[in-house]
Every structure is written in structure tokens, then in C-alpha cells.
Design a protein around this ligand. Structure first.
Ligand code: ADP
Length: 345
């Protein structure tokens, strides 16, 4: 198989491209009731927000964990709207030194939200500086140099830190322990994805029928960001090749042209499955061998390619390596050799 064949479709990345930023803002639900799905999380947040409003106090610090594109940034802004406070945003890598963090914290109005995206990427020295801010509403600012250096303790107004992370396992426990509210976002089910596609189509003013929305929803890997991106591409096909309405047939035709198959896999995903099945007889195969076979690095394989395949039951992670499941064979149009059944563990 050539490299050309097993490429990652740019349409399936859960990360936003810079050009997408402004478009995403127009699609962002503004209130909790507009936010589709994640019912348990919404119910909890509604209670915490109502309680904070009744006390006229700041909401407890909130940690939102979960894969990219599921709505963490959106929720931070929704919390701001529901509380009637401003939201200031930054990200772990953008806070390059203590001064930046001190500047952000001291400028916060009473009860405002400071949103730190990718909080697991904060530099550890800066992270420590956050602890007294979260706990005691104070920061220690160094003044003077050398023998004359002192620290000055500056009080802060009550505020809420909302941290978002795609890798909650990478968060240090002192930081995690300082969040009163920890919530996890899960991939969306098909019904919720259909609702998200219909809502976005309404905002874009694109006609779409239910079956068209369903086809799009099925292929968007449970991720609203991907659904919204696919919607924009499929709209182009509907306008050029159809009468402007996204039907099931138009959605199928467009998504095939974008190399996204009926369950949201692209050629790189299928190459991984084929590799386990054809080169390693269905597995188990170690992740390093697989990475070499696909010309990908281990990190990309483990963090970007595999999780969806494992979640959807195409691949199993076993102590001896990766194994292709019955579903993988079926998807590739192959029969699983009966002798392979016992090789899973
Ligand atoms: P994250 O911060 O987790 O990467 P975002 O909050 O930036 O994700 O969401 C990505 C896009 O998906 C945004 O345009 C957002 O409006 C949309 N989106 C995310 N979750 C939902 C949802 N539950 N309902 C409707 N749209 C959503």
C-alpha cells in the first residue's frame, strides 16, 4: 500500500484549523439549554451555577476533561453567560511566564471566569503560582532583584478558573485537587449528533433533510467540530451538484469524495486495520511494529488514530498488542478466520 493511500483526511481532525475559529464562534450555543447532549454534565452544571448565583458568589473552579472538539470551550462561555460574568481566555502554552498569569489574574473583575485551554500544558513553575490564586485568592509577585528581592502578596477578587484538558491523566494531582468541580465530556451519540447537524444547518441557512443529517452525523466520529466541518463541505456539493438541499444521496456522494466512509473512517484508519489483518494475521501486534508499518510515529498512532478505532470496537488493546476485531474484518469485507477467536487474550 502506498503512502498516498493511507493518508489522514484533513476533514477528520478533531482540532480546529485557524480559519475555522470565527466560524465556530457563530455556531457556539450561548446558553446551557441550547447545548446538545451531555445531559448529566448539564444537569450538574445547572445546579452549581444556580447555587453560585443565589449566593452571589463565584462558581467553584471547574475542570472540563475530554477529547478535542466536544464543547469544552463552548461550555466555558456558556457558564459566563449563565452567570452574567465575563470570560477571559488563554491556553497553557500561551502562559509563557508568571507575569502573563499575574496580569490575567489581577485584571479579572469580581466573579469573572478565567478559561485556560490545554491546562495540562502549563509550565510546572507557573502552575505552582496558580495554587495560592485558586485557594487563597492571592498571588505572590516577586519585586526587586538579588539581595533586595521580596515577594509581594497581591489579593485577587473572587474568580472562577475553568480549565480544559484533553489529557486529564497528565494533570498533576495538586492542580487537579484544587478544582471543586470536575466533569468529563463524552463523544456524542447518533441522536445528539443529528440534532447538532440540524442546528448548525439552521444557523448556516442550509436546507437539509433528516436522512442527510443522519448520514453526516454517522460519519462525524461523535465530534461536533467534525460534524460542523463536514456540513460546510457537504453544502458545497449540494449547491454545485444538487439543488442546494443536503439529502442522503448528496451526503453519501460528498463524504465518499472526501474519503470518509460509512462509519467515519478514512484511508489511514482502514490502512491500520488492513495492516493488523493482512500483515500480522489479525494480531496481536505491538504498537511499535504497527507504527512502522504505517510510517507514523507511535505517539500519533496512540493518541490520534487508535482511540476512535478502539472506542468503536474495530481494534482491541490487549496485553500482547493490538488485535483486529470481528467488526474490523466485516468492515474490510473479510471473514474473520475462526481460529483467530481465541487469540484475543
Ligand atoms: P473543545 O473546546 O472541546 O475543543 P469547542 O467548544 O470549541 O470544543 O466546540 C467545537 C465546535 O463544536 C464549536 O463550534 C461548538 O459550537 C460545537 N459544539 C460543541 N459541543 C456542542 C454541543 N453540545 N451542541 C452544539 N454544538 C456544539
Amino acid at each position: 500500500m502506498s503512502d498516498e493511500e493511507n493518508r489522514r483526511s484533513e476533514h477528520l481532525s478533531p482540532q480546529a484549523t485557524p480559519a475555522e475559529g470565527p466560524l465556530e464562534v457563530t455556531l457556539r450555543p450561548q446558553r446551557l439549554e441550547e447545548f446538545v447532549g451531555q445531559q448529566r454534565l448539564k444537569d450538574n452544571l445547572r445546579v452549581y451555577i444556580t447555587a453560585a448565583r443565589q449566593r452571589a458568589g463565584a462558581l467553584d473552579h471547574v475542570l472540563l476533561a475530554g477529547p478535542p472538539g466536544l464543547g469544552k470551550t463552548t461550555l466555558a462561555h456558556i457558564m459566563g453567560n449563565e452567570l452574567g460574568v465575563e470570560v477571559h481566555t488563554t491556553s497553557g502554552p500561551a502562559v509563557e511566564h508568571r507575569g502573563i498569569l499575574a496580569g490575567l489574574l489581577t485584571q479579572l473583575e469580581e466573579r469573572a471566569i478565567l478559561f485556560i485551554d490545554e491546562i495540562h500544558r502549563l509550565n510546572p513553575a507557573i502552575e505552582e503560582y496558580l495554587y495560592p490564586a485558586m485557594e487563597d485568592l492571592a498571588i505572590d509577585v516577586p519585586t526587586g532583584t538579588g539581595a533586595y528581592s521580596q515577594t509581594l502578596r497581591l489579593p485577587l477578587k473572587p474568580f472562577t478558573l475553568v480549565g480544559a484538558t484533553t489529557r486529564s491523566g497528565l494533570l498533576t494531582s495538586p492542580l487537579r485537587d484544587r478544582f471543586g468541580i470536575v466533569e468529563r465530556l463524552e463523544h456524542y451519540n447518533a441522536d445528539d449528533m443529528v440534532r447538532i447537524v440540524l442546528r448548525s444547518a439552521r444557523i448556516f441557512g442550509v436546507p437539509i433533510d433528516h436522512d442527510g443529517a443522519l448520514e453526516l452525523a454517522k460519519r462525524a466520529r461523535g465530534t461536533p467540530r467534525i460534524a460542523n466541518r463536514l456540513l460546510r463541505r457537504v453544502r458545497d456539493f449540494a449547491e454545485v451538484e444538487g439543488d442546494g438541499t443536503i439529502t442522503n444521496a448528496i451526503a453519501q456522494r460528498a463524504l465518499e469524495a472526501l474519503d470518509i466512509d460509512s462509519v467515519g473512517l478514512d484511508s489511514l484508519d482502514r490502512a491500520l486495520l488492513r495492516s493488523i489483518v493482512e500483515k500480522y494475521d489479525g494480531g496481536p501486534v505491538g504498537v511499535d511494529s504497527l507504527a512502522t508499518a504505517l510510517h507514523e510515529d507511535r505517539d500519533t498512532l496512540e493518541n490520534e488514530i487508535e482511540p476512535f478505532l478502539i472506542k468503536e470496537g474495530f481494534v482491541q488493546r490487549t496485553p500482547r498488542g493490538r488485535v483486529a476485531t470481528q467488526r474490523a474484518y466485516l468492515h474490510l469485507g473479510l471473514d474473520k478466520p475462526s481460529g483467530k477467536q481465541g487469540s484475543l487474550f
